[in-house]
Design a protein around this ligand. Sequence first.
Ligand SMILES: [Zn+2]
Length: 86
Amino acid sequence: MICDICGNNSGRIRYVTRSYGSGKKLIIIENIPIVSCSHCGESYFSAETLHEIERIKIHRDGFTHEQSVSVAVFAQDQVNTTGIQT
Ligand SMILES: [Zn+2]
């Protein structure tokens, strides 16, 4: 398909899982179609997909089912963003 970013016919649909919010507000949405372009390397959600994501988040009770998941919180203080210190 045509890539919205670079206009080349290099866009492919992939399906990804994204999480939004955290704690009690955490919502995980699976199988979201994302356009991934092999020409420019961009990955993006279409406007329709973003709209649907917003709709799911607003009406989450109608779309979600309870499922226990393992949640890990990345320890920010373990990461030195300026590089590895010796
Ligand atoms: Zn592209």
